[in-house]
Design a protein around this ligand. Structure first.
Ligand code: ACM
Ligand code: ZN
Length: 782
C-alpha cells in the first residue's frame, strides 16, 4: 500500500493561474453533460454518479498499469487534495486499471465503465489504459486539471459505459522552437495538454534558417553560432536544447504516450548550420542566421560529400535521443538557384545521371537524390523518413512518408504511389499560425483566417483516395504551429488553443460521429481544463462588422454593432470602468451621440472574460478643407538613408534628399528590397501634401507605414508595431476638399518583418463602406 503526498511547490501554485493580465477567472462553471474531447466512439449514459472521495483506492493488475495509476493519482491529488491507496485486489470504490493483452482490442482502444460503486478501465495496452483514464478525468469537473487545490467541488463523475478507439494512428502537433524558442518547461506543458486530448505525436522542428536548436557535440559551433541571431531591432535572440534536455522532453512525452519525431531540415532551411559551418553551402560564404521570415536561398551543397558526412554525423547523435521509428528530414522550400550555378552540384548531377526529364529539372532530381541519401543514412539506424511534400518532386524515395502541407495534392499523389501520408494542409485549417479573428484586434500573425469551425470541418481523407481504395495510406493528421509570429509562448498558446482541440477530434473521432455544435458546447468545459494548465487560449474579441477600429469618429450619432467568431456573450460599459460579469450584455447596436470610451469584452460561460477593447468614440465637427493652391498630382517627399525605429529620431537626421512622388507606393520603393534583405540599405522618408476628400463625411484610414497625419493630427501611429497587417486603423470627420496629409515611412526590420516588404500604401473608406480602397496619385496633390 502506498500513500501519495501532495507535492505542489509554491512557485507552481503562483504560476498556474492568471499570469495573463488580459483575462480573469471567476465563477468557474461547466455544463453538466458529457464533455469529453475528442468525442468517444460510443457513450452509454447510465443512472447515478461515482463520487471521488479521500482514500479512494486504485488497483491495477499489471506493473505498467500501476505506473499509469500513479500518474493519475498524483494529478488527482493536486486538484482534489485527496490521497489514494493502492490495493492488491479490486474492491468496491476502486478505480481499476485492467490490462489484458489477449483482448481483441486495438492498441489505443479502451472500455471505461463508471458506476456508483467504482470505475474500471479495460484495455489491451498501457496506452489504452492511459486514454481510458484521460476520459475518466474529463468526466470529472473540469477544475480537476488544476495543479492548485480546488475547494467546494463535488468530485463526481456521471455513470457511463464508454467504448472508444481512434480513427487515425498518427495524431500530431508540430512545435517550432527555431523562429522563437520554447523553453523545456513550456514544451512539457504542451505535452500534458496534448496527452489530455489524446494526441500521440509531437513533431519537433529543431533546425531552420533562424536558429539551430539542438546540441551536437561533434559540431559545437551549431549551438555556439547557429543558435543565436541579432534581430533587426539589434537584440540577441538565442536558445537551444542540450542533449540531456532533449532526453528529458522525450521521456516526459513517452510517459504520456507521445512519440517525439525530430526534424532535421535538408537541404534548404539550414542557414543557421551554414553560418556555423560555411563550407556546407555551395559558395561557402560567411553568413549569419536569418533574421527575417520567408525562404532563404543560401542552401546546403549536395555537390560536396561534406554535406552528407555532416548530416550523418548529426543524425548519429540525434537518432539515439529519439527512439521512435520516424525521423523527419524536411525537404521543403529549397530554392535551387545556387545549385544551378555551382560546379560541384552540376558535377554531381552529371555523375549521378540526374538529367532533366519532361517532369523534373536536373536540380529537382538532385533534391530527390539528397532525400534518397538521407533515407539510406537513416535506414542504417533503423529509421524511416518523413518529408514535406516537396520530396515528391524529382521522384519519391522508396519508403518515404509524405507530409502534405501545400494542400492535399501531395498527399494524394503519394498515396496513389502507395506511400504513407500525413495530412497537414495549411489551407484546410491545419496551420495554427493563422488568424482566428479580425486582424485589427489580434496580435500580428502570418495571415490567413482559420476559425475553430474551419479546423473542425477538415476531413484528412480526400474523396479521391476513398474512391480509389487508397484511404488507408492516410496515417493521420497534424497541426503545425510555425512560430515566426509567436514572439513568446503566450502568443504560441493563444494561436494553438482551442484550435488544437478541434484537430484532436478530427484525428480521433470517426467522421460520422463528429458534430460541430456539440463540440462547441464541449469546448466550454475544455477551456476550464485549459485554465487548469495555465494555457493562454484564444477568447474571441467583440468585432465590428466591417472591420474593427478603436477610434470611431462621428458627426451626429453612431450605431456600434458587434459580433464574435464564436457564439459568446459580450459585456460593455460606457462610463470608463472595466466591464465585468454584471455589466450590460450586448444585445444589439449601441447608439452613441456624445463622445465616450466604449469598453467591451467577451464573457465565457465559465465567467472568464477576454481582453477588453477600448474604443474611443468621438463626436467631431468636419475638419475644414484647405483652400491652398496646389501645383499638381502627387506628394513632396524627402528621404534620408539609415535605420530608424521612431519617427522622432528623424529630427536628428541630416542629408535629406528631396523629390516629388506620383503615387504613395514610391515612398517605399526608393531602394529595392529582396528576399534575403542582405546588403539592402535602409532609408526613411516623409511625404507631404494634400488628399482630396470627395464629399463631407467620416473617413477611415489604414496603413502599414510608420505614421499617417491628416490636417496636423496623428491619425495612425504604428510605432513599435510589426509593420504587417495594420492594427491601428483610425477615422476622422472631413469636409469635402483638400486636407493636409503627411506619411512617414521608416525602413527597418521589426519582429522579423522588413517594412520595405510593404507597398507603402494608405487606404481609405467612407464610414459604412465595407472595403478600403488605395489612395491613388489622382487623389494626392502637392
Ligand atoms: C512548410 O510550411 N514550409 C512546411
Ligand atoms: Zn553546390
Amino acid at each position: 500500500m502506498k500513500k501519495f503526498i501532495l507535492m505542489v511547490c509554491a512557485t507552481l501554485l503562483l504560476n498556474v493561474f492568471g499570469s495573463k493580465a488580459s483575462s480573469s477567472t471567476s465563477q468557474l462553471t461547466s455544463n453538466n453533460d458529457i464533455n469529453i474531447i475528442p468525442k468517444p466512439t460510443s457513450v452509454e449514459k447510465q443512472k447515478g454518479k461515482f463520487k471521488l472521495v479521500n482514500a479512494n483506492s486504485i488497483y491495477s493488475n499489471t506493473s505498467e498499469g500501476k505506473i499509469i495509476a500513479e500518474l493519475f493519482a498524483s494529478k488527482l491529488q493536486a486538484s482534489t487534495g485527496y490521497d489514494f491507496n493502492f490495493t492488491e485486489k479490486e474492491k468496491t470504490g476502486n478505480i481499476s486499471l485492467i490490462m489484458n493483452p489477449k483482448l481483441m482490442y486495438k492498441e489505443d482502444q479502451y472500455k471505461l465503465s463508471v458506476t456508483p460503486k467504482g470505475v474500471s478501465v479495460l484495455a489491451k495496452t498501457p496506452k489504452g489504459l492511459f486514454y481510458g483514464m484521460q476520459s475518466f478525468m474529463q468526466l470529472l469537473p473540469p477544475q480537476v486539471e488544476s495543479n492548485i487545490l480546488q475547494t467546494n467541488i463535488d468530485w463526481s463523475a456521471p455513470c457511463v459505459t464508454i467504448n472508444d478507439e481512434p480513427r487515425f494512428g498518427y495524431r500530431g502537433v508540430m512545435l517550432d522552437p527555431c523562429r522563437h524558442f520554447i523553453p523545456v518547461e513550456n514544451v512539457k506543458k504542451q505535452l500534458d495538454v496534448m496527452a489530455l486530448f489524446k494526441m500521440n505525436t509531437m513533431h519537433f522542428h529543431l533546425t531552420d534558417d533562424q536558429g539551430w536548436r539542438i546540441e551536437i557535440k561533434k559540431y559545437p559551433k551549431l549551438t555556439e553560432i547557429g543558435s543565436s541571431r541579432i534581430d533587426g531591432e539589434g537584440t540577441e535572440y538565442k536558445g537551444y536544447y542540450t542533449q540531456e534536455e532533449i532526453k528529458d522532453i522525450v521521456k516526459y512525452a513517452s510517459d504520456r504516450f507521445i512519440t517525439v519525431i525530430p526534424e532535421l531540415e535538408t537541404p534548404g532551411h539550414e542557414l543557421a548550420a551554414i553560418s556555423a559551418y560555411p563550407h556546407l553551402s555551395c559558395k561557402g560564404e560567411d553568413t549569419t542566421p536569418r533574421i527575417i521570415w520567408g525562404v532563404e536561398d543560401i542552401v546546403m551543397c549536395p555537390g560536396k560529400e561534406d554535406m552528407f558526412t555532416f548530416l550523418e554525423d548529426v543524425i548519429k547523435e540525434m537518432e539515439p535521443l529519439f527512439p521512435g521509428t520516424y525521423f523527419h528530414i524536411g525537404g521543403d522550400e529549397c530554392p535551387k538557384s545556387s545549385w544551378k550555378n555551382c560546379e560541384k552540384c552540376q558535377a554531381r548531377i552529371k555523375a549521378e545521371n540526374l538529367t532533366a526529364d519532361n517532369k523534373h529539372t536536373a536540380e529537382e532530381r538532385l533534391q530527390s537524390y539528397v532525400i534518397g541519401r538521407m533515407e539510406n543514412i537513416l535506414a542504417k539506424y533503423g529509421k524511416k523518413i518523413i518529408g514535406w511534400d516537396e520530396i515528391l518532386e524529382g521522384g519519391l524515395s522508396s519508403n518515404a512518408t509524405v507530409m502534405s502541407w501545400r494542400g492535399e495534392q501531395g498527399g494524394i499523389e503519394a498515396a496513389l504511389q502507395n506511400h504513407d501520408v500525413i495530412m497537414t494542409p495549411g489551407g484546410n485549417g491545419m496551420y495554427l499560425d493563422t488568424y482566428q479573428g479580425d486582424r485589427n484586434n489580434e496580435p500580428v500573425a502570418i495571415g490567413g483566417f482559420t476559425t475553430l469551425e474551419k479546423v473542425y470541418s477538415y476531413n484528412p481523407v480526400p474523396d479521391t483516395l476513398k474512391s480509389m481504395n487508397k484511404e488507408h495510406f492516410v496515417k493521420g493528421v497534424q497541426c503545425n504551429n510555425w512560430s515566426e509570429y509567436m514572439y513568446n509562448t503566450d502568443i504560441m498558446e493563444y494561436r494553438m488553443y482551442p484550435r488544437l482541440l478541434a484537430v484532436s477530434e478530427i484525428a480521433w473521432t470517426d467522421l460520422g460521429n463528429k458534430d460541430y455544435k456539440d463540440f462547441e458546447r464541449r469546448i466550454n468545459d475544455a477551456q476550464i481544463r485549459l485554465d487548469g494548465h495555465g494555457i493562454n487560449y484564444h477568447i474571441p474579441y467583440p468585432e465590428q462588422l466591417n472591420g474593427s477600429c478603436n477610434f470611431v469618429a462621428f458627426t451626429d450619432n453612431v450605431d456600434l454593432e458587434f459580433k464574435t467568431t464564436r457564439p459568446y456573450d459580450m459585456v460593455y460599459t460606457l462610463d470608463g470602468t472595466e466591464p465585468n460579469i454584471r455589466s450590460a450584455k450586448y444585445s444589439g447596436p449601441i447608439k452613441i451621440s456624445e463622445s465616450k470610451i466604449l469598453k467591451i469584452r467577451t464573457l465565457l460561460p465559465s465567467g472568464k472574460m477576454g481582453p477588453t477593447r477600448n474604443i474611443t468614440v468621438e463626436k467631431q465637427n468636419l475638419s475644414p478643407a484647405s483652400l491652398v493652391k496646389t501645383q499638381g498630382n502627387g506628394l513632396n517627399m524627402k528621404m534620408t538613408m539609415g535605420t530608424y525605429f521612431k519617427s522622432s529620431e528623424l529630427d536628428n537626421a541630416k542629408d535629406w534628399k528631396k523629390m516629388n512622388i506620383k503615387e504613395l507606393k514610391e515612398i517605399r520603393s526608393q531602394v529595392e528590397s529582396s528576399e534575403s534583405m542582405r546588403g539592402v540599405e535602409q532609408y526613411s522618408a516623409i511625404a507631404t501634401g494634400y488628399i482630396n476628400i470627395p464629399e463631407d463625411g467620416v473617413y477611415y484610414f489604414s496603413s502599414e507605414n510608420e505614421q499617417v497625419w491628416i490636417d496636423g493630427k496623428l491619425l495612425i501611429n504604428n510605432e513599435g508595431e510589426v509593420k504587417r497587417f495594420s492594427r491601428k486603423d483610425s477615422s476622422m470627420a472631413l469636409a469635402k476638399g483638400l486636407h493636409e496629409i503627411k506619411v512617414i515611412f521608416l525602413g527597418h526590420i521589426m519582429g522579423g518583418w522588413p517594412s520595405m516588404w510593404n507597398d507603402g500604401s494608405v487606404k481609405i473608406k467612407k464610414a459604412g463602406e465595407k472595403n478600403f480602397a488605395y489612395v491613388t496619385g489622382e487623389q494626392l496633390f502637392y
